[in-house]
Design a binder for this molecule. Structure first.
Ligand code: MIC
Ligand code: SF4
Length: 639
């Protein structure tokens, strides 16, 4: 029998289409789904339009954690809509204030050996307990809830071998920053990173989850740890011993590649502005004045993390000119910190205690001041994501964040005693509603639709000849935060016409108006981009809103996995330059001729595009399923 690694074991047990040994797309069965409010409203509107009576997968959970600020009626309208949908269709509803989706799912629902699909790019947090957990656009979650398969490229699996033991002051965040230093934020499409080796056993579940969570920044399909005795202990302490299954790689399992991290040699690291792949040592930053320190987010908001911070701050006070905010991952974490006195320590040390939610991480709270240096324990430091364009955001471990908050400048922590894995977590599921009707739903329950809940636009079939305009030309590593900003604009997620006004706002605020003009004159809008277009989040609005504005194609040097899938789901052709140097041939505003684009999509994906400076060749590599979607004008239009 073939000796399998963890990823292969779980994928082969869930395989419903294709052959992982071939270099093509495969379909897998999805056991669990999760959504969060900012992507969930669209996902459920799409689910509703599929006409299914209730969810068909094992467990669907709808979390509210992104838009909890509620300035104006919009967020609250979304919450009411989500709660009513959950009741009707058999979804568990996690109320605002319960915590951040990934932390909560790990604590209460995630199961080793199963598959989880979430409308959030950090869904791979579940890899910390041996789940194949993948982020995707909302419509893919809707399909999975309706019992459909999810498609991924046949994965290549890279072993990240951990050896040795971490030194004091160095933690899981530094491990994933090291992996990001090695592999960067582009060029990892189609890979699964599997953590193996003797160093794994010494990492507790929250540490493993920090690593798989931030693996999203690599652009991989997912990251996964084995499910072992550490996992067993964690699940038992959560009162979920029955959910444990052991999933470990077979002796001699084969990997497509491997990389070793010697934990004993690791030093505190940071991701410097404005990319999670821009890694520096904390030692090299020593002395840089720090204005703000933010601790929390789905990467570092566990009891282990915040308790560690409390141990470092105990009996001290943060520097006078530094503002410090702490957002815990869940009510469970807050309750534990309250019970053991850590919360009082944090308050006494001068920290601002924030809601258990995404908040600052997505620029929805505590934006830093102009030009501020902000140290944060979250996973993304894209320019402007904090809500302040000129801010210099560095991503660090909780240990480095706490030490720097005290010093008022960038400094590594000397460390503190390890927080032992709790023997018993206090379990209180009262803020998870509709657990009794999960999987069944309540027939006849009414869906509540306030004025913020608009309808989902459908695409149109792809024409054979397109006369187009290069509506914008952007550079490398354009993130979904550039395409579809969050923060102050997040409240329009359920209203596509309104949210579309902000497409590319950080790059070119005139994009929306120009696109509409082009669309009215019968011209197709085309986006020209460099390498790694669409990095970052799973937000399908970065495809849906451009579709609404008449964008028919993206031509890029390369496109990231989740965004590429979202483009296809909304009928936008994801083209790549055959010769990346041709990027130079197109200028913003150029007229483009895409003659025979429909036949090209239906055929081998090759097309010659005419432009002012002559012509250039592009290519799209689509599976049969993907071709069908693009030709129809997207998934909804294909139903
Ligand atoms: C993010 O961290 O960028 C988000 C906000 O959680 C997104 C989802 C969204 O845009 O709603 C993600 O990671 O997918
Ligand atoms: Fe929320 Fe930030 Fe995690 Fe996204 S990365 S889910 S915004 S905490």
């Amino acid at each position: 029998m073939k000796r399998m690694n963890v990823a292969q074991k779980i994928i082969s047990a869930h395989l419903v289409e294709g052959d992982p040994a071939k270099d093509a797309e495969i379909g897998i069965r999805i056991d669990q789904t999760l959504t969060q409010d900012a992507t969930g409203t669209m996902a459920y509107l799409q689910f509703e339009s599929m006409g299914v009576s209730h969810v068909k997968n094992d467990l669907a959970v709808s979390y509210v954690d992104h838009n909890t600020v509620q300035i104006g009626f919009e967020n609250a309208d979304d919450h009411d809509f989500l709660a009513s949908v959950a009741k009707k269709f058999g979804i568990v509803y996690s109320k605002a204030g319960n915590g951040i989706c990934h932390q909560l799912h790990l604590e209460r629902f995630g199961k080793p050996g199963t598959t989880l699909l979430g409308s959030d790019s950090h869904t791979p947090t579940g890899g910390g307990i041996g789940q194949i957990a993948i982020g995707a656009g909302g419509i893919d979650i809707a399909v999975a809830m309706a019992g459909g398969a999810f498609h991924i490229p046949s994965p290549k699996v890279r072993a990240i071998r951990l050896k040795g033991r971490l030194r004091r002051g160095v933690s899981a965040k530094d491990i994933i920053l090291k992996v990001l230093e090695k592999f960067g934020t582009k060029g990892n499409v189609g890979w699964i990173f599997e953590y193996t080796g003797p160093g794994v056993a010494a990492l507790d579940v929250p540490s493993r989850a920090t690593i798989t969570n931030m693996g999203a920044e690599l652009g991989v399909t997912t990251s996964v740890f084995p499910s072992d005795d550490v996992t067993r202990q964690f699940l038992a302490a959560q009162g979920r011993a029955r959910d444990f299954v052991r999933v470990e790689a077979d002796e001699g399992a084969v990997y497509d590649d491997e990389f070793t991290v010697d934990l004993s040699k690791l030093e505190p690291l940071a991701a410097a502005p404005h990319s999670p792949g821009n890694i520096v040592t904390v030692a090299s930053m020593k002395g840089l004045k720090v204005n703000q320190v933010m601790i929390g987010s789905c990467t570092n908001s566990s009891y282990r993390d915040i308790r560690t911070v409390a141990q470092i701050l105990k009996g001290k006070h943060v520097a006078d000119d530094v503002e410090v905010g702490i957002a815990c991952g869940s009510r469970q974490v807050v309750n534990m910190l309250a019970a053991d006195g850590s919360l009082a320590v944090l308050i006494k040390a001068g920290c601002r205690i924030l809601e258990n939610a995404c908040g600052f991480c997505i620029g929805a709270h505590m934006s830093p001041s102009t030009n501020a240096v902000s140290l944060r324990t979250n996973n993304r430091n894209f320019e402007g994501r904090s809500g302040t364009k000129s801010a210099q955001v560095y991503l660090v471990s909780p240990e480095t964040a706490a030490a720097s908050a005290l010093a008022g400048e960038f400094v590594a922590s000397k460390g503190t005693a390890a927080v032992p894995a709790p023997k018993k977590f206090p379990v209180d599921d009262a803020m998870f509603l509709y657990r009794e009707t999960a999987g069944k739903g309540v027939k006849g329950a009414k869906i509540v639709r306030g004025p913020n809940i608009a309808t989902v636009p459908k695409g149109e079939p792809l024409a054979n000849d397109l006369k187009g305009v290069a509506a914008i030309k952007v550079g490398d590593k354009i993130t979904t935060d550039h395409i579809m900003p969050a923060g102050a604009r997040l409240k329009f997620r359920s209203n596509v016409p309104e949210y579309s006004k902000y497409v590319f706002e950080p790059c070119d605020p005139t994009f929306h108006d120009r696109c509409l003009k082009n669309r009215e004159s019968g011209l197709a809008n085309v986006i020209i981009a460099g390498e790694s277009y669409g990095q970052g989040s799973s937000r399908e609005h970065a495809a849906l809103c451009p579709m609404y504005l008449g964008v028919k194609a993206v031509i890029a040097k390369s496109i990231e996995r989740i965004h590429r899938a979202n483009l296809i789901n909304f009928g936008i052709v994801p083209f790549e330059f055959e010769n990346p140097a041709d990027y130079e041939k197109v200028e913003a505003g150029d007229t483009l001729e895409l003659k025979g684009v429909r036949s090209a999509v239906a055929g081998d994906g090759r097309l010659v595009v005419k432009c002012a400076k002559g012509s250039f060749a592009v290519r799209t590599r689509l599976s049969g399923r993907e071709k069908h979607l693009v030709l129809c004008g997207g998934l909804l239009a294909s139903l």
